[in-house]
Design a protein around this ligand. Sequence first.
Ligand code: MG
Length: 420
Amino acid sequence: MPSPIIFHVDVNSAFLSWTAADRIARGLDSVDLRNVPSAIGGDPRTRHGIITAKSIPARKYGIVTGEPVSQALRKCPSLILLPGDYSLYARQSQSLMDLLRKYAPAVDPFSIDEAFCDMTGTTSLYGDPVNFARILKDEICRNLGFTVNIGISSNRLLAKMASDFTKPNRVHTLWPREIPQKMWPLPAGDLLFVGKSTAERLKSLGILTIGDLARAPKNLLISQFGRHGAQMHACANGAEMPDLGPRDRKIRGFSNEITISHDLTDPEEAHLILLSICETVAARVRCKEHRIQVVTVYFKDASFVSFSRQCQLNHSTSSTQTIFETAERLFRELWDRRPLRLLGVRTSRIDRETDTYQMDLFDQGKRKKIDQLDAAIDKIRDKYGDASLKRAVFLGADETNLKKRRSNHSKNTSKSPIKP
Ligand SMILES: [Mg+2]
């Protein structure tokens, strides 16, 4: 049996890189956005919204993902801002996965910009895995115009940890024998699936590094964190994370979420965030020529406690309107106005668009019209960018925002309301 070799391929600052590569390919920019302070987020004209990706030079100004655009602009007034373009991301992601499938026997997309490649048994074909990873990374850059990090190890958890070492455009190994030297000195919070609050609790137990976690008595961790404690202990010692295990490669659904950098309490703002999430999720469903049957809304409150609610639709859909209406109803039922820090929508139970689906006899005409409208919107956005077509509700939001901002300004407060 050949020993397992796993690559974790992770696009560097994906949304920003993809936008930069696309704009260069289309001759829109003479400077590479990756080399100057730049970010993706919100509407550059109204300067509202949240930063969803930033360049490495922008990072040097202390700009972080999830912070309001207005705050980022205070940190770096010359920041170049561009709007999100989810149909572009879906296409770039697809090109990456297609290229990986040319070389890897098994590719398992993990998120829109990450994939695990099982390279076990390929050394006779490709030679040394580290050399081959370098060739693969350069091939991606040459063909697709963006850089990736590749982490290599014998399991997924370690490969993913390795791809997160220094960036960008790097290949790193984290073989089990390298764990004490490369992984144990890292802060415990850097271990996959160790969240902020867990890291804080570990700190209070005197566990600061992944090495401390690996050497801590397993029983202590179990008494404090239950099953998760045992899992953290095993992973700190190099075991595979069960949730990362090889999955059925069939797509199970599409989801998107937004981390909000302030406490979200305004129902109007929640409505707009939910709508923008549904727009991106539905566009991805249609881009893959799928329909979905289940819509789930989930959120985390200010203490990062999670809540979710889901609903099975009467028939499968790829319509933004249906997904949004369902998500909003679920959200209204679930939300008790507690302050929120994260909001997301997940769709699942997929039908291929070509599959037969149950027709609602009384709804056929309406449904066809909605499908045609969505297809037309996708086409225009594909060609001219996401900002080219806007729902009236977003236009209204901008106006309200401007008004609010003006009145805030007159009161001489520095806080401006943020809308997606
Ligand atoms: Mg990435």
